[in-house]
Ligand binder design. Structure first.
Ligand code: NAD
Length: 502
């Protein structure tokens, strides 16, 4: 056992978790019976602890339990009562921010100060959606037949959520909060590489008053536990956050059972800098866009499109900034960027940098980097065309491709010439141009003189290989509910006739 395993175990114990990841079903921590899974510390590359895959039987049990709890949650409590419980959950999350951040920092390799910010946002997600819990209503529609026609917004039932490793507790809160605010039950399967904070979040929520079994967590693998839950008859919708490859598999499995899906997938977002921009701000924005979180963000500004007249100077500025970033132990309060989160991702990022070199990229790398674990040096690639592998493939690491453009039309054409449609940004002093770019770039989120600002009150999602459907804001309320149309005939004589509906 390493010292860091010890720190992890103590943080887990303080949240009343056992000494290894366990699924949380009906308020009880349970071990799976599947193959062993290792939790690896990305800072050292050493195994922290192991646990058995939840496997299909636990997935089936979680879905059954969620169905029973959902019926009571949706029918026996008022929206205001559900909202009050969710506010209590938010307070419980804030009261345990330190152990949650410690676990996330060790297991996911994220700087602890970033983890605290994300956990505070989880609390905000619960209070935001708590406010909606008693404000969901339909409409009265003036149909021409004289019937009273009104709509109800109803919960779907049980939703199955699958989340990735790059922002585990943030993504869990992001999907659980709107799902339960709208009266649904949840089964959530976090990444097998980073399951602990999701279990901790739901355990805290139950201690704060969330009914046991309303949200159940599966600690296990996608092809086993994940596929079993997708197929379970109680599951009415699947919400998937992860890679396009797995998203395709999830959508196909859900389609076989005619279940709707939300897919929040990857990106290759264009961060576009015009010559009239405040270049200091744009440079700071470009660094944050790609190097924060070691580039492991779906909206990372991984293609930096820079006007030809400032290209060389901007690359030089970016390179100076890159060398000032503090890399180090995710548990160190001063660390700005940690390691890549896992071995598979580390191999992918290093392979992509080697592919870029083979394709003739000029490479500028940060001068120093911790020599251990899964660290990748922040890297700038330039001299590549927009259709090179490194400019088209999601790298999901601290690696940016800088590409020159000559005018607005070329910038738009380059920005849209990928398979993705998740995010984008423009840096310019010309307000007209800013709005033209916002309209022309294919993206679910677009920033003007900014990058990476997101909030639970604003919708988020993508198109094409970035997925479909929307999370957060009022859009998520729609994703997690369905409308029912109710018709009442108040005429004194029955008006039943054939042919009303064809
Ligand atoms: P991944 O696709 O490998 O895994 C995501 C989840 O899917 C994990 O929980 C995994 O266990 C599960 N899974 C794997 N195989 C499965 C199967 N056959 N059936 C069911 N579930 C299965 O993704 P990752 O490597 O964990 O995360 C990185 C990816 O996530 C990147 O592409 C990133 O862009 C994307 N991402 C997108 C968003 C967004 O909101 N658009 C946010 C964060 C991350």
């Amino acid at each position: 056992m390493t010292d860091r395993t010890d720190i992890l175990r103590r943080a887990m114990a303080s949240l009343e978790l056992g000494g290894r990841p366990q699924s949380l079903i009906n308020g009880v921590l349970v071990d799976g019976a599947g193959v062993p899974i290792d939790l690896v510390d990305p800072f050292t590359g050493r195994v922290l602890m192991s646990y058995p895959d939840a496997d299909a039987p636990l997935a089936d049990l979680a879905c059954e339990v969620a169905q029973t709890a959902q019926t009571a949650w949706a029918t026996e409590l008022t929206g205001a009562q559900r909202g009050r419980i969710m506010c209590d959950v938010a307070r419980a999350v804030m009261a345990h921010i330190d152990p949650l951040a410690t676990i996330e920092a060790i297991v996911a390799g994220k700087p602890v100060r970033d983890c605290r910010v994300e956990i505070a946002k989880v609390a905000e997600m619960f209070t935001y959606y708590a406010g909606w819990a008693d404000k969901l209503h339909g409409a009265v529609i003036p149909v021409p037949s004289g019937h009273l026609n009104y709509t109800l917004r109803e919960p779907l039932g049980v939703v199955f959520q699958i989340t990735p490793w790059n922002a585990p507790v943030f993504t869990a809160g992001w999907q659980i909060a709107p799902a339960i605010a709208t009266g649904n039950g949840v089964v959530i399967k976090p990444s097998e590489l980073t399951p602990v904070t999701t279990v901790a979040l739901v355990r805290l929520a139950e201690q704060a008053g969330l009914p046991r079994g309303l949200v159940n967590v599966l600690c296990g693998l996608g092809p086993t536990a994940g596929q079993a839950a997708i197929a379970h008859r109680a599951v009415r919708k699947v919400v998937f956050v992860g890679s396009p490859e797995t998203g395709r598999r999830v959508a196909m499995a859900a389609a076989a059972a005619l279940k709707p899906v939300v897919l929040e997938l990857g990106g290759k977002s264009a961060n576009i800098v015009f010559e009239d921009a405040n270049l200091e701000h744009a440079c700071l924005g470009a660094q944050a866009a790609i190097f924060s979180g070691a580039g492991q963000s779906c909206v990372a500004g991984s293609r930096l499109l820079v006007h030809r007249s400032i290209h060389d100077a901007f690359v030089e500025m970016l390179s100076r900034g890159m060398n000032r970033i503090k890399l180090g132990d995710p548990l160190d309060e001063t660390t700005e960027v940690g390691p890549i989160s896992n071995a598979r991702q580390f191999t992918h990022v290093t392979d992509m940098v080697n592919a870029a070199k083979a394709d003739g990229a000029a490479v500028l790398s940060r001068e120093t980097c911790p020599p251990q674990g899964y660290f990748v040096v922040p890297t700038i690639l330039h001299g590549l065309s927009n259709d090179a592998r490194a400019a088209q493939t999601e790298i999901f690491g601290p690696v940016v491709s800088v590409i020159a453009f000559s005018d607005e039309a070329e910038a738009v054409a380059m920005a849209n010439a990928t398979e993705f449609g998740l995010a984008g940004a423009v840096w310019t002093a010309d307000v007209g141009r800013a709005h033209r770019m916002a309209a022309a770039v294919r993206a679910g989120t677009f920033w003007i003189n900014s990058y990476k600002a997101i909030h639970v009150s604003s919708p988020f999602g993508g198109s094409l290989s970035s997925g479909y459907g929307r999370s957060s804001g009022t859009d998520a309320l729609m994703e997690y509910t369905a409308s029912k149309s109710v018709w009442l005939d108040s005429a004194p004589e029955p008006r039943i006739a054939f042919g009303y509906v064809s």
